[in-house]
Design a protein around this ligand. Structure first.
Ligand SMILES: Cc1cc2nc3c(=O)[nH]c(=O)nc-3n(C[C@H](O)[C@H](O)[C@H](O)COP(=O)(O)OP(=O)(O)OC[C@H]3O[C@@H](n4cnc5c(N)ncnc54)[C@H](O)[C@@H]3O)c2cc1C
Length: 419
């Protein structure tokens, strides 16, 4: 990358994984970078997610079945994918736009763009981890999708064939009899699995800490408990931010505010159609036997993340607004969902119950680029269910866009102009 203009200062608003990645690439490009957050560094959705960096997750949420699943959930508050009716017009507009995109053609279109940014992100992560040697439990043993029933196995096989045909993503099929040898923590009698060997996993909180420490050592400033209150503008530019810690000036501003981003629409004079998609996780001490692999159970929609010092179950997608409760029934459900599959599905020593608001866009694609009306304001948000997986390529794109360089992948589908 060419050197940034001497003395150019950038403020990144939001210290989630996306803000951290933006700070990394901007700092590498020679900018002087400060990151502010209303809370603590990576204290929101980037904190206790499942930790998968998963190029196999090419298919967007906007797929043909999604509407039926959402409609059924109106009557079932325990559905893993749940929509709670709301009177807010912004919510219904979002749902309508989402619904319009739940078709095969749109799924493949969004999938192609996700594939490009997922692949780029993994390449960037590999370089980052090899250069920085972050202590974050980086594991390259893939992601297992385990199916309980033969019908589930055949349905998944169909999807795997589609992934191969359209995106070149292929899993190794493992028959039920061979599963215990590959993953001894699984019960016998399961139908089988698909092993996506290129997927990687990390412990997200360790990655956040290691990456932030390294950035601070190289001069990036992090300011916690600093909430953006307003932006002050002149001549189609932001001159400074008004924050809970006073005025902050810079030459350019990146908004990586995750699920809160829609609240900045008026300030930034552009549409930012993001709804919070709430998910939960529960982290415990390691069961015995503990899985060797990160695992997803598609039929029960729950993810398993084994860590060196713990074990996590995570799942759910609730469209319930900015609700911050953690109902005990959801935690119970996470535990129960793992029961059909694992010899020891959970332990009683709980380390943390957690929720996160995923920043959901109605077309399943992130929003990365310059805002249409303000020439020095950029968005890096809307990463849906894949913020960890997409962070590095997002940071790289932001650094390229801010310097008016050609982008390393086609980023037009991610542009804020599309709304
Ligand atoms: C249960 C669950 C499991 C998941 N598993 C995975 C996974 O395995 N792999 C994967 O890739 N993704 C996963 N995700 C999704 C991933 O966690 C998110 O996409 C990602 O964390 C979003 O990152 P972010 O930086 O955009 O948002 P956040 O981490 O939410 O960060 C946004 C930050 O902006 C700050 N902020 C907002 N408004 C302001 C303001 N006005 N002033 C100052 N600061 C502000 C917030 O305080 C927050 O810290 C999972 C999500 C959930 C819920």
């Amino acid at each position: 990358m060419k050197q940034a203009l001497d003395g150019e200062r950038v403020i990144v608003v939001g210290a989630g994984i996306i803000g951290i990645a933006c700070a990394h690439y901007l700092s590498k490009a020679g900018f002087s970078v400060a990151v502010i957050d209303r809370g603590t560094i990576a204290g929101a959705c980037s904190h206790a997610n499942c930790g998968y960096i998963c190029p196999s997750h090419v298919l967007p949420l906007t797929e043909p079945d999604a509407i039926g699943v959402a409609l059924k959930s109106l009557l079932n508050r325990n559905a893993p994918f749940r929509v709670k009716p709301s009177f807010r017009p912004a919510f219904w507009n979002w749902m309508w736009q989402f619904t319009r995109r739940c078709n095969h053609r749109q799924m493949l279109w969004a999938g192609a763009h996700l594939k490009a940014i997922l692949d780029s992100s993994l390449v960037e992560y590999r370089q980052l981890i090899s250069a920085e040697k972050f202590d974050c439990e980086w594991k390259e043993n893939g992601l297992l999708y385990v199916l309980q029933s033969e019908a589930g196995m055949e349905k998944f096989a169909k999807m795997d064939r589609m992934l191969t045909e359209h995106f070149g993503v292929t899993a190794e099929r493992v028959e039920g009899n061979d599963l215990p040898a590959l993953e001894p923590a699984l019960k016998s009698g399961l139908a089988g699995a698909f092993h996506y060997k290129d997927d990687v996993s990390v412990r997200p909180d360790l990655l956040n800490v290691a990456w932030t420490d390294s950035l601070q050592e190289s001069g990036v400033e992090f300011i916690e408990n600093c909430q953006l209150l307003d932006v002050v503008k002149a001549h189609s530019q932001i001159t400074h931010l008004e924050t809970s810690q006073g005025e902050l000036s810079a030459d350019r501003f990146i908004f990586a505010t995750g699920a809160w981003s829609a609240q900045l629409s008026a300030m930034l004079e552009c549409r930012i159609p993001i709804q919070p998609g709430k998910g939960y996780s529960v982290t415990m001490s390691r069961p015995d036997p503990c899985p060797r692999h990160p695992i997803l159970f598609p039929e029960h929609k729950v993810g398993v993340s084994p860590f060196e010092q713990g074990y996590r179950l995570g799942s759910m997608m609730e469209f319930v607004g900015y609700d911050s409760s953690i109902p005990a029934r959801r935690i119970k459900q996470l535990r129960q969902s793992a029961e059909p599959y694992l010899i020891a599905p959970f332990t009683e020593t709980e380390h943390q119950r957690w929720y996160g608001w995923r920043p959901m866009t109605w077309d399943s694609l992130p929003i990365i680029g310059r805002t249409p009306r303000l020439s020095n304001a950029y968005l890096a948000t809307g990463h849906n269910m894949l913020g960890l997986s997409l962070a590095t390529a997002t940071g790289k794109l932001i650094a390229e866009i801010i310097q008016d360089q050609p982008t390393h992948i086609d980023a037009t589908a991610f542009s804020p102009d599309r709304f």
